[in-house]
Design a protein around this ligand. Structure first.
Ligand code: KIV
Ligand code: ZN
Length: 498
């Protein structure tokens, strides 16, 4: 079996997507879960891009010790200096530097020449190697770069000291045969290729990211760059859970990863909650329906033998529908125990808040599952960061009634109240909030999902709004869907100008 290194870029490629931004505490929480998953490398950010990204790379380097911590740079000395500084606490640090190599990038973006691009690439790698032993080079838009030129670039950067060469299909243009052939070409035509690991970094613009990644592995790549839930620029990146399970299921393939697959589902839900991006129900491996059998023929088959219609045992990826664990009679210690089991280590003050919220929820919902707990924790984390808070909400609706909502919202010391009508309870409540916050916002997306089942279930609400051309996302969960909707709207509004 050959080991395939898993390089997770959820905290960089996915986090740079508008609306998916995380604060440092949220990033650390995800980084800890990635460590638990067993990823080999965490790309923690692009430190030169903002002070926030810089601080996150510093804090992740302090909090997570097993995986290599990687920081992205352009092929620019100043970026590399900033990355070196941000990585100073990392036990094992990697700098990921690179430049565009396709004709589109060389002539239209960089206004440069192929010769100059090789020079800049070599100079950046040599410079980064002065500070760290582990330097990864990315040939941006390698998917649309000719093989011969790409081979020249790769040979030059390896000679300059690159330990990993990343061949990104930045625009998600390649088909699996084509991308696999590109990797095979490098394996056979770059004389010093044995001195570096070839890495894949695929985008999903044509829905090929996982297939392309697998094709690359079969042709010699030994590192895969992925994100949890496949989030990332535009249509996203290769989903970590998909490539890991494709390799795990196909025992005929001579590859393995070091991923603890039982942590996949938890990682998926944590990233979805903190990044406020719902997981589509039919998402491979981690979607709500990934292990649900609805047709009678399928149900009959599964009851006779699970493997008639299931290629993966849900428990193998951490899906445990039967994990009903706590009730309103459970004490603080039991809550703490179960939170720890799920990977959360709340401080005493945080535990007090969570316990109060837990009791409120347990009063309304008979049994609290591990999924409810995950949402509760995510909910409290995002509520703590809000600058506007819902103090009260009253809604009237029903047949032959004009839906009306009155909301009271606090921002710092100031409290405001407004009443509005709408075409339904949510519309009325949103209008009241808009009247209070007076922000020019357009609601772009509104999605309600139940966590498990039953009319007493927690409703999760994701909203996406735009304000002055920028997108903001919000998330909240509550057994009362109207309250969850308003909390989610306030979560998104809190991010404007924050
Ligand atoms: O898609 C891409 O090319 C990237 C690089 C910065 C690695 O994200
Ligand atoms: Zn990318």
């Amino acid at each position: 079996m050959e080991k395939i290194d898993v390089f997770d870029t959820t905290l960089r490629d996915a986090e740079q997507v508008p609306g998916c931004q995380l604060n440092t505490i949220e990033k650390i929480e995800i980084a800890r879960q990635l460590e638990k998953l067993g990823v080999d490398v965490i790309e923690a950010g692009f430190p030169a891009s903002s002070p926030g990204d810089f601080a996150s790379v510093v804090e992740i380097s302090r909090s997570v010790t097993r995986p290599v911590i990687c920081a992205l740079t352009r092929a620019v000395k100043q970026d590399i200096d900033v990355a070196v500084d941000a990585l100073k606490h990392a036990k094992r640090a990697r700098i990921h530097t690179g430049i565009g190599t396709s004709p589109y990038h060389i002539s239209k973006k960089l206004h440069s020449t192929p010769g100059e691009v090789i020079e800049r690439a070599v100079e950046a790698v040599k410079y980064a190697r002065r500070f760290v032993d582990d330097v990864e080079f990315y040939a941006e838009d390698a998917g649309r770069t000719g093989e011969e030129f790409l081979a020249r670039v790769v040979e030059a950067v390896i000679a300059a000291g690159a330990t990993v060469v990343n061949i990104p299909d930045t625009t998600g243009y390649c088909l699996p045969d084509e991308y696999g052939a590109k990797i095979a070409y490098l394996v056979h035509h770059v004389p010093n290729i044995d001195k570096a690991i070839i890495s894949t970094h695929c985008h999903d613009d044509l829905g090929m990211a996982t297939a392309n990644t697998l094709a690359a592995v079969r042709n010699g790549a030994r590192q895969v760059e992925v994100t949890v839930n496949g989030l990332g620029e535009r249509a996203g990146n290769t989903a970590l859970e998909e490539i890991v399970m494709a390799i795990a299921c196909h025992r005929d393939l001579p590859f393995e990863t070091g991923i603890n697959t039982r942590e996949l589902f938890h990682a998926s839900r944590l990233v979805s909650t903190l990044m406020r991006v719902p997981v589509q129900p039919n998402k491979a491996i981690v979607g709500r329906n990934a292990f649900a059998h609805s047709s009678g023929i399928h149900q009959d088959g599964v009851l006779k033998s699970r493997d008639t219609y299931e290629i993966i045992d849900p428990a193998e990826v951490g899906v445990d529908e039967s994990s009903i664990i706590l009730t309103a009679r459970s004490g603080r210690a039991a809550l703490k125990h179960h939170l720890r089991r799920l990977g959360y280590l709340p401080g005493e003050k945080e535990l007090d808040i969570l316990y109060t919220k837990f009791l409120e929820l347990a009063d309304k919902k008979r049994e609290i599952t591990s999924r409810d707990l995950e949402v509760l924790v995510g909910n409290e984390a995002s509520r703590g960061n809000r600058r506007v808070h819902l103090e009260a909400l009253q809604v009237t609706c029903g047949a032959s009634t004009i839906p009306t909502a009155t909301a009271r919202v606090r921002s710092g010391e100031e409290t405001r109240t407004a009443t509005a009508h709408g075409n339904g309870p949510i519309d009325a409540a949103f209008r009241a909030i808009k009247a209070i916050t007076r922000e020019e916002i357009i609601l772009e997306e509104y999605l309600v999902q139940a966590i498990t089942r039953g009319s007493d279930d927690l409703g999760k609400v994701h909203v996406q709004l735009s304000h002055e051309g920028r997108v903001y996302r919000g998330f909240a969960a509550n057994v009362d869907t109207v309250t969850a909707s308003v909390e989610s709207l306030l979560d998104a509004i809190s991010k404007i100008d924050s």
